[in-house]
Design a protein around this ligand. Structure first.
Ligand code: SF4
Length: 286
């Protein structure tokens, strides 16, 4: 277990008044963000830039990934006003790019896919110009659940593979690597205009060949955008950090991934799945 974080992982950015403004809106509209729930190191910067990743379907997850700081257990009631509240927050924050994600709700029929569709619909209704990215769970591989979300026409469908297949039993025991790849492939079958995106954390014990293998698998599944960032353990009871991967290694992964044909790659220690998410669309439209 690595104790001291290397200097490239130390962030000191003050979000200032904009951060308070974001927090006030979130509180007033009883909204949650993954930024707060997952203790994201970029929160100051993103709130300061008036971006946030909304977390719908409550704060309690039905799964038990060992890297994740989100609470596990008996999930919350689904808030029927959430679609409207997210849409209002997007308008008040004047967001150009919104990311909507959730805990995994294996307790709900279709895993909450209809609620995702309702949020996308309401956000689009109140904010016709905004780019909508959804970071979804695997809906236990349900094709119908996925098509419910895709029919609502998000601009970007994001689903993280998180790590290399060998580490799934210890990092994401209730997920299936092939199922996640299939989900991304199915998006392109359902709607080829929807961009797909996936992300991986490094520093959990993977080796270079395994990481490049995941990149190849994602490209084969038609994945357009890729993120890679350093795993940071939320606490001693979470999966340990096996390695702090150096920034130049992230750079070399970025170059190799772009050579494989990804339209956009964000690969650096502090990159998170929806960090500076708006850049991907800009790059892909160049
Ligand atoms: S499914 Fe998502 S929210 Fe749930 S424990 Fe895993 S990473 Fe965390």
């Amino acid at each position: 277990m690595h104790e001291r974080k290397p200097e490239w992982l130390r962030v000191r950015v003050n979000g200032g008044s904009k951060r308070e403004e974001v927090e006030e809106i979130l509180k007033r509209l009883s909204l949650h963000t993954v930024c707060e729930q997952a203790s994201c190191p970029n929160i100051m910067e993103c709130f300061g830039r008036k971006t946030a990743t909304f977390m719908i379907l409550g704060k309690v997850c039905t799964r038990n990934c060992t890297f994740c700081d989100v609470r596990k257990g008996r999930p919350d009631m689904v808030d029927a006003d959430e679609p409207l509240h997210v849409a209002q927050a997007v308008r008040e924050l004047n967001l150009r790019h919104v990311v909507v994600t959730s805990v995994t709700r294996d307790d709900l029929a279709y895993g909450g896919a209809e609620h995702y569709a309702a949020v996308i619909g309401k956000v689009r209704e109140l904010n016709p110009e905004v780019v909508i990215e959804v970071l979804i769970p695997d809906f236990k591989g349900s094709y119908d659940a996925l098509s419910t979300v895709i029919d609502a026409r998000p601009d970007i469908l994001n689903h993280n593979v998180e790590t290399v297949p060998r580490l799934y039993p210890e990092v994401r025991p209730m997920a299936v690597y092939r199922r996640s790849l299939e989900l991304l492939q199915n998006v392109k079958k359902m709607c080829k205009d929807t961009y797909t995106k996936s992300g991986i954390m490094l520093g959990l014990g993977e080796n270079e060949q395994e990481v490049l293998g995941v990149f190849r698998d994602l490209r084969e599944a038609g994945c357009d955008f890729l993120t890679a960032g350093q795993y940071l353990a939320p606490s001693k009871s979470h999966h340990p950090v096996v390695e702090y991967v150096r920034p130049d290694v992230f750079e070399s992964y970025k170059a190799k991934a772009l050579d494989m044909g990804f339209k956009y790659v964000a690969s650096a220690p502090l990159v998170r799945s929806s960090y500076q998410a708006d850049k991907a669309m800009k790059m892909s439209e160049l």
